[in-house]
Design a binder for this molecule. Structure first.
Ligand SMILES: Cc1ncc(COP(=O)(O)O)c(C=O)c1O
Length: 356
């Protein structure tokens, strides 16, 4: 007989403690709110916003970062001296920098040079380093290269998001939505609308809907130029452009994106996304980011259709992050002008839907 032992008690003790620390972070937090969007009750359609901006690191990506760390720790990929590297449009890197600091690990965010300065500041606040890349399409290979160079671990959210999250439940975002809807007048949403960056959120929600045998349909709202929409529509890969709506829309279809669980995709012009963001901020006083605007715009189109067909029911979408991360961009008229974006007609359309 021959055998080789690789058990390292010190590393195992460290991993045990690291998993406890990540779980303890969740244990200190409560669930995120499900806000009622103030539509006229006579419409017979209710819209809800699940506020993922209230996580400790300010976005939906707190859930993903937690899942990716637990996945990496449980797989033996992350140990006491592993440098963590991630390709991100910013928000995932913010959340991962927070967890890396919690575990005392070095963190490098590989992000497009256009990422908002607000996000870069938070990554550095949590002790992470920002490695800026001019071509956003190069963040993957640059991350893999840095991982090799440092002997670190490339988290690769775009590949692992869909499998790192427990889609059957375990308090994932889908289970939480259905529990929070339980006492509403239309407890099973007719539609859930989300954006896609990795595609992990839509995969989790889409799988959960099927697993629980709900009648809910899933719509993914995609910003202009992204490859998800044309690729989903045609069934063949269509390369896209880097998205101007930070966090969603990708130049390529990411491995985590699960097309078969999606019932509808809506392509939303950037002007419409930003107009919807401004409108949500006026109507609800929740200061949301532009990706939330993309989803709300697609949700409002669904609501118009439901009303047109006399269908009553509920629609749920997400507040992914707060506009405080975009003070210098979507919040600024001068930035819109510089980028040739005119939100005036869309904003007028949204405002005309009802009077506050
Ligand atoms: C509104 C909204 N929905 C969903 C997502 C989903 O991200 P992912 O596909 O990476 O899970 C985002 C990401 O920023 C978002 O802003």
């Amino acid at each position: 007989m021959k055998h080789v032992d690789r058990h390292d008690p010190a590393t195992r003790t460290w991993v045990n403690d690291a998993i406890r620390a990540v779980e303890a972070d969740a244990n200190r937090s409560c669930d995120t709110h499900l806000h009622v969007f103030p539509l006229p009750p006579s419409w017979g359609v209710d819209l809800y916003l699940k506020d993922e901006s209230v996580h400790p690191t300010g976005s939906l990506k707190h859930r993903l970062a937690r899942s990716l760390f637990l996945y990496g720790l449980s797989n033996g990929w992350i140990g006491p001296s592993t440098t963590i590297i991630e390709a991100s449009s910013g928000s995932t890197a913010v959340s991962e920098a927070y967890f890396a600091r919690l575990l005392g690990l070095p963190f490098i965010a590989v992000i497009p040079a256009t990422t908002s300065p607000e996000k870069r500041e938070i990554i550095e606040f949590y002790g992470g380093k920002c490695h800026l890349v001019d071509d956003p399409g190069k963040i993957y290979e640059e991350s893999a290269r840095l991982a090799q160079e440092t002997g670190g671990h490339y988290m690769d959210q775009f590949t692992y998001a869909e499998r790192a999250t427990d889609w059957r439940g375990n308090n994932n975002i889908a289970e939480s939505i259905y529990e929070q809807m339980a006492m509403e007048r239309f407890p099973v949403p007719a539609w859930i609308v989300v954006g896609a960056g990795t595609g992990g959120t839509s995969a989790t929600i889409g799988r959960y809907i099927r697993y629980r045998r709900h009648s809910t349909r899933l719509c993914v709202a995609d910003p202009e130029g992204s490859s998800f929409y044309p690729s989903w529509v045609t069934g063949t890969a269509h390369p896209g452009k880097p998205s101007r709506i930070e966090g969603i829309g990708r130049p390529r279809v990411e491995p985590s994106f699960q097309p078969m669980v999606i019932d509808r995709m809506t392509s939303v012009p950037d002007a419409t996304s930003i107009a919807a963001m401004r409108w949500v901020n006026e109507v609800t006083h929740h200061q949301v980011g532009a990706s939330t605007g993309t989803s709300v715009a697609a949700a409002m189109e669904i609501i118009r259709e439901m009303r047109g067909h006399g269908i009553r029911g509920s629609v749920v979408t997400l507040i992914c992050d707060s506009s405080s991360r975009y003070k210098g961009t979507y919040e600024q008229d001068s930035w819109l002008e510089k980028n040739g974006i005119d939100i005036t007609p869309d904003l007028a359309d949204f405002r005309a839907l009802f009077r506050r």
